[in-house]
Design a protein around this ligand. Sequence first.
Ligand SMILES: Nc1ncnc2c1ncn2[C@@H]1O[C@H](COP(=O)(O)OP(=O)(O)O)[C@@H](O)[C@H]1O
Ligand SMILES: [Mg+2]
Length: 257
Amino acid sequence: MQIIYPDDYSSQARPDETFAQEYFCAQQRGITCLLLASEAAAVGKYKFSGAIEPDVPVIWRGWMLSEVEYRQLARAVEARGGKMLESTEQYLRNHHINGWYDRCKAFTPETVLTTPEADFDALTGQLQWPAYFVKDYVKSLTTSRGSVAHNAEEIREVLKLIAHYRGTLEGGVSLRRFEHFVNDTERRYFVLNGHVFSADDQVPEQVAAIAHCVDTPFYSIDVVMNTDGELRLVEIGDGQVSDVKEWNVEKFVAIFR
Ligand SMILES: Nc1ncnc2c1ncn2[C@@H]1O[C@H](COP(=O)(O)OP(=O)(O)O)[C@@H](O)[C@H]1O
Ligand SMILES: [Mg+2]
């Protein structure tokens, strides 16, 4: 594996602080780590700190990338003779809820995928859910307002705030049936080339079953306990842009060996 990390805007020889610990840890383990010039990438120019080897798969570990950004990165890597482990299509199948929801329906809250222009009064009239967890295709509203809405008016309010704080709604709108989860029980698993990795070496049956339904090369699985004691899938994420969360960084980096 070769890993590309974003560099620090103000000091280009260094990784961005958010990813620095992981970068140095991966380097110490003998993994080829490259830096992408963040400032240039922001205007569509891709510069790397070193050469890319031809026959070693490349992954990105950094900020969430839009479809256009991922495509540009993959092209830049190819122009230098390398190849991303994941195609843009595979990245989006993990990163956007419409890419994984159908395959994982049995494990995750019921979801309606729609557009910002939808008639939410009509839709909520049909669905009659006690509450709606509102997202675009990627993320919830992470301010203190949170993403829970009880009616069409609140759904529009959450969407407006997501667009305001993130600049845009990515992909589309997802309305997810509200379920009751137990605090502090959410755990993240990573799946790389079909192997499921766990921060505590335990892989629950439900997680293995979810991994069986997703066939992309590198993704995360977030599961949580509901108040009936069942494990529920909160979301799939692309492994390249998933935070390590509760993982020890050394343990995380070891998945690449
Ligand atoms: N359908 C739901 N019902 C109740 N709580 C939810 C639901 N979906 C997500 N949550 C809670 O909100 C948190 C954030 O949701 P998540 O889908 O992970 O969005 P994000 O992409 O912003 O991390 C989850 O960790 C979970 O605790
Ligand atoms: Mg999440």
